[in-house]
Design a protein around this ligand. Structure first.
Ligand code: PMP
Length: 404
């Protein structure tokens, strides 16, 4: 059976070159960077410093501005809670787009409980935030604006440079979550006007369990983990040296190879997009048609549950992701059972006919043949699901009765 991995937005396979660079720090150089009085510690410290330089290079930052974390979730928590607490005296108002990842949205909950106010920024039907809305949302007590660089679920790239410029004019910190985009499309922290940027290694062919927060020099953050003084006091705890070395290697490779990867992925993505559009009826693409991540194709199909599509795709050896169902009404489930996708809701997908979306996210290892295999099975699966859907059968009946 085929084994087609179209879910690179959830994670990417480790590049074997990255693994080679990690290996010595498991078995040979196992020292603790804080114990740099001896050779083992020195080797570990050197590895962490080298990785810091490489990760900084990916986003045109300075090495001392990179804080290693356990991943994007921790980096987002540190950015949001850390900035909110450090700048509390200046104000308690935060502006965020309504399509942020849960690790941003849920980091705001304890702050809200402590009296911080959050203004959600609406997005248009392609999922884009309007920089002018950011300007309007900023108040004298605003301390932070957070808008992601690209959306995992619908692929849309946000106008971060314009938003960053406005935030800077108003002397408000700007955080962007670049988990989905870093290593895939260029990101320059200066051009983006970003003060805080979230990165995740496993999203660009690096290892899991390691990420980073870019913290512009001079920006203060309240540490969210109490302990020692690693990472300049921003993040206590012995560093994940093999993981950090892996993130550095992955960043260096991505910097070199991002442009050819993106070229290939754009080509494959277009083939998939055009093919799906031509062969599957009742289909609605989501996200911006042009300003989107390379190789990212997302859509929903009327009368076909996203989860069912995924299960059938998996039976055919095709692995993809689903934005959760918009509505449980068609399935007669309780509201409690429903995990609605805030992103689909935010872009105005109608809850009465959409029961979940699909995200195909291609990676550098995918091929045209794999795209063509998916194009062969998807229409068959959709037809099979429609035949099992009472609402589709009702729709067909109405069509016949209406003569349409
Ligand atoms: N931000 C975005 C945009 C994401 O898509 C994700 C999930 N991959 C995260 C943050 C959290 O990443 P992780 O689960 O790797 O910490």
């Amino acid at each position: 059976m085929a084994h087609i991995f179209f879910d690179h937005i959830s994670t990417t396979p480790l590049d074997p070159r990255v693994f080679e660079e990690m290996k010595p720090y498991f078995l040979e150089w196992y020292g603790n960077p804080s114990s740099h009085i001896h050779d083992q510690g020195q080797a570990a410290l050197k590895a962490v410093d080298a990785a810091r330089t490489r990760v900084a290079g990916l986003i045109h930052a300075r090495p001392q501005e990179i804080v290693f974390t356990s991943g994007a979730t921790e980096a987002n928590n540190l950015a949001i809670k850390g900035a909110a607490e450090a700048y509390e005296k200046r104000g308690r108002h935060i502006v965020v787009s309504e399509v942020e990842h849960f690790s941003v949205m849920n980091a705001l909950l304890p702050l809200r409980n402590r009296g911080y106010e959050v203004t959600p920024l609406k997005v248009d039907s392609d999922g884009k935030a309007d920089p002018e809305d950011v300007r309007r949302a900023i108040r004298p007590d605003t301390i932070l604006v957070s808008v992601m660089h690209a959306n995992s679920e619908i692929g849309t790239i946000e106008p971060v440079a314009e938003i960053g410029r406005i935030a800077r004019e108003r002397e408000v910190l700007f955080h962007t979550d670049a988990t989905a985009s870093a290593g895939h499309i260029p990101l320059d922290v200066e051009a983006a006007g970003a003060d805080l940027v979230t990165l995740s290694a496993h999203n660009f062919y690096g290892p899991k369990g390691v990420g980073a927060l870019y913290v512009r020099e001079g920006v203060r953050l309240a540490s969210q983990i109490d302990g020692g003084f690693q990472e300049r006091g921003f993040r206590a705890g012995t560093e994940n040296v093999p993981g950090i070395a892996g993130m550095g290697a992955a960043a260096a490779i991505a910097k070199e190879e991002m442009a050819p990867w993106a070229g290939k992925l754009r080509r494959l993505g277009k083939r998939l997009w055009d093919g799906i559009g031509a062969t599957v009826s009742h289909l609605h693409f989501t996200g911006h048609p042009v300003d989107r991540l390379p190789g990212h194709v997302s859509f929903w199909v009327e009368y076909a549950e996203g989860e069912s599509l995924l299960l059938f795709l998996n039976v055919h050896g095709v692995m993809a992701a689903s934005g959760s169902a918009c509505s449980s009404n068609l399935r007669g489930r309780d509201e409690e059972d429903l995990v609605a996708s805030p992103v689909l809701r935010a872009i105005g997908v109608p809850s009465d006919i959409c029961t979940g979306s699909i995200t195909f996210s291609l990676g550098k290892g995918n091929t045209e043949e794999e795209v063509d295999s998916v194009l062969r099975v998807l229409p068959v699966i959709a037809k099979r699901l429609w035949e099992m859907s009472p609402t589709y059968l009702d729709y067909q009946k109405q069509k016949v009765q209406g003569g349409g």
